[in-house]
Design a binder for this molecule. Structure first.
Ligand code: PLP
Length: 426
């Protein structure tokens, strides 16, 4: 072997995987087992005490899931990763390691609708308080910092309008505040943006979307950049203080630059329980093998569709960062030079009724609540994913009543444009 480092497409196919040592199976097997036999009593005790790495029980770890974890860590440039049952589970597990009741975290206002809900309502019952900031106004993050702030959470490409976040500017705020920057990289995937290269300390994904890529399996993942010092100021006791469940070890001291991923596994996943099925891990691994090919096609198609819509007389505006006239185009050229993703919004001159009418007339586009499928998808956020927000908050999050969201698939772009043309014209 030469000593050159493998490129992204090579990692997408190979990272973390070896032929199965007992059978020679080349594809990663689905280890569909709940538990794993110990060599002897000492081995069992050392696994339980975190003195040795190995498999115990699939709620804590599984060999199929381990290949997925190593692969995504390699693609994102992190030190380690932890796969969980969904993107939402990843968010809960990450914040559980950082937050105590009464603590705060700052989140960008432009987020996946489900995350807005989770942060506002579900997390309140844990005593975790979200403070909203505007990703287009970096100073709003600075102003939101208090002594109780424990993290900053943003999306790299933000749902629903596909706006691009200035990750480096917000990472500077996080650094100054002494808190980690968490980046949800779901809409970009590491093929378009690698947030760790721009200062993220933790990356989360809904694997359900572009990484799995085929709309058939839920999953989530947490990637540890290995960059954050958890020991300062006693701010992160889960990582810096002795853990009573593990004979008093301190995770940061014992595990160094992958302590956060370990905490998520041995304190988060083990005790909260949102384990990923090995079958889903297998489906998502298979999806990731073609990520670079799919993602490029998604982006090329999205650009062609956005250009078509921008020139159509029934369309009032298109929000796609890949268009030169778009307000996020400068950030897109900096952070996502290969393409500005495949999820974006547009608004119709006919307002709410025209949006609903368009969705009902489309034939090739599926009307459903997902993104990042091979198939092209359409939804009206104001009446669905963002319906829980009041009108002002809808507009602020990019989901006003006249807005339609598309997730462009990997079909032939001419067919997508023809479908939109008939639905808009009819
Ligand atoms: C879908 C999604 C989530 C939630 O992921 P699930 O796998 O559905 O739990 C979080 N963030 C973004 C950007 C998403 O698109």
């Amino acid at each position: 072997m030469s000593d050159r480092l493998p490129g992204f497409s090579t990692l997408a196919v190979h990272a973390g995987a070896q032929p199965d040592p007992t059978t020679g199976a080349r594809a990663t097997p689905i280890y569909q087992t709940t538990s794993f036999v110990f060599n002897d009593a000492d081995h069992a005790a050392s696994l339980f005490g975190l003195q040795a790495f190995g498999n115990i029980y699939t709620r804590i770890g599984n060999p199929t899931n381990a290949v997925l974890e190593e692969r995504v860590a390699a693609l994102e440039g992190g030190t380690a990763a932890l796969a969980v049952a969904s993107g939402h589970a990843a968010q809960v597990v990450v914040l559980q390691q950082l937050m105590q009741p009464g603590d705060e975290f700052i989140a960008a206002r432009k987020l996946y609708g489900g995350s807005i809900n989770q942060f506002t309502h579900a997390f309140k019952s844990f005593g975790w308080n979200v403070v909203w900031a505007d990703p287009d106004d970096i100073a709003s993050f600075e102003r939101a910092v208090t002594p109780r702030t424990k993290a900053i959470f943003i999306e790299s490409i933000a749902n629903p309008a596909g706006s691009i976040t200035d990750i480096e500017a917000i990472s500077t705020v996080a650094r100054k505040a002494g808190v980690p920057l968490i980046v949800d990289n779901t809409l970009a995937s590491p093929y378009l943006i690698r947030p760790i290269d721009h200062g993220a300390d933790i990356v989360v994904h809904s694997l359900t979307k572009f990484l799995g890529g085929h709309g058939n399996s839920l999953g989530g993942i947490i990637v540890d950049a290995g960059t954050f010092d958890w020991s300062t100021g006693g701010k992160y006791p889960m990582l810096s203080e002795p853990r009573p469940e593990y004979h008093g070890i301190r995770l940061q001291e014992t595990f160094g630059n992958f302590a956060f991923a370990i905490a998520c596994r041995v304190l988060g996943l083990r005790d909260l329980g949102p384990a990923l099925s090995p079958f889903n891990a297998f489906m998502i691994l298979t999806g990731i093998e073609t990520l670079p090919l799919r993602m490029q096609k998604h982006c090329d198609n999205a650009k062609a569709v956005a250009e078509f819509l921008a020139g159509h007389p029934a369309v009032a505006s298109v929000s796609y960062a890949g268009l030169p006239s778009d307000k996020y185009n400068r950030l897109a050229r900096k952070y996502a030079p290969k393409g500005a993703g495949a999820v974006f919004t547009f608004s119709l001159k006919g307002g709410y009724d025209a949006g609903v009418n368009l969705v009902s007339k489309l034939q090739l586009f599926s009307h459903l609540a997902n993104v990042g499928d091979t198939r092209s998808l359409v939804i009206h956020p104001a009446s669905t994913t963002h319906s829980q927000l009041d009108d002002a908050a809808k507009v602020k999050s990019g989901a006003g009543p006249d807005v339609v969201r598309l997730s462009i698939g990997i079909e032939d772009k001419e067919d997508l444009i023809a479908d939109l043309e008939q639905a808009l014209g009819a």
